[in-house]
Design a binder for this molecule. Structure first.
Ligand SMILES: Nc1ncnc2c1ncn2[C@@H]1O[C@H](COP(=O)(O)OP(=O)(O)O)[C@@H](O)[C@H]1O
Ligand SMILES: [Mg+2]
Length: 229
């Protein structure tokens, strides 16, 4: 029986950066399949290539060599516009420093992925309400980010990542700026996402957090050195 295509498949992917004379191999020959519905954590020290790998998995960037496929669609041969559309439709991002827009209310921040979606504004209310409800922040809809705690700000960022109901959620050190009680709350929220057609890729250097995923991959100097089940 043919197996279903991976949600994301990387084969022998490299990403190099030039720094003057030197060439930095941020990601150095990684092959990885990410299955629909699973949770995967990517661990490794600072500088090991985690964020670079995330930008490749998330179709933000394309590899210097090798192939990336999203549901069997080759990412490196897409135009910038096609890649933007794929990201907007199918991938939600959560970052360590939240990346909320300070001038916009909570609700307006959650709306931002809808701005470029082609979905008419008259149809935004329901997905925004649903996304805010999924992080229990309906009551904060008209607040500004400056009025939120760190944990609340990250929940808004998660709501924003979910507003288009993406197949893949990518979180890069999502608890790195939070105290340990809040970290547990955000981790619970993220690990409630996978399944029913949604996949979670979590980048972290917190071993405890990483162990909660179905599968773990360790990066060292841009290479996968260990894969734990
Ligand atoms: N835009 C860039 N230009 C040059 N070097 C970069 C760039 N982004 C990352 N690097 C380098 O690539 C390596 C991996 O970085 P990164 O993916 O950010 O690692 P991590 O997220 O694990 O800390 C590091 O040596 C870093 O300095
Ligand atoms: Mg990083």
């Amino acid at each position: 029986m043919e197996s279903a295509p991976a949600l994301v498949a990387l084969s022998n992917v490299r990403k190099t950066y030039r720094k003057g004379e030197a060439e930095i191999r941020a990601v150095d020959g990684v092959s990885l399949r990410i299955e629909a519905g699973e949770s995967l954590s990517i661990v490794g020290r600072s500088g090991s290539g985690k964020s670079t790998l995330m930008s490749l998995i998330g179709c933000i960037d394309v590899p210097t060599s090798g192939q990336v496929a999203f549901k069997d669609r080759r990412v490196e041969s897409m135009s910038d516009r096609e890649r933007s559309r794929l990201r907007n439709q199918s991938i939600g991002f959560v970052f360590q420093s939240f990346h909320l827009i300070p001038e916009l209310t909570v609700e307006q921040n959650v709306e931002t992925p809808l701005l470029y979606s082609g979905i008419p504004e008259s149809q935004w209310r329901e997905p925004v309400r649903r996304a805010l409800a999924s992080v229990s922040l309906e009551s904060r809809a008209t607040h500004l980010p400056s009025e939120l705690s760190g944990g609340e700000a990250q929940r808004v960022a998660i709501a924003r990542a979910l507003v288009r109901d993406p197949e893949l959620v990518l979180a890069d050190e999502p608890t790195g700026n939070l105290d340990s009680a809040t970290e547990a709350e955000i981790a619970d929220l993220l690990f409630s996402l996978p399944g029913s057609g949604r996949t979670l890729v979590l980048i972290t250097h917190d071993a405890g957090l990483a162990r909660r995923a179905d599968r773990r991959v360790e990066l060292r100097d841009g290479r996968v050195v260990e894969e734990f089940r």
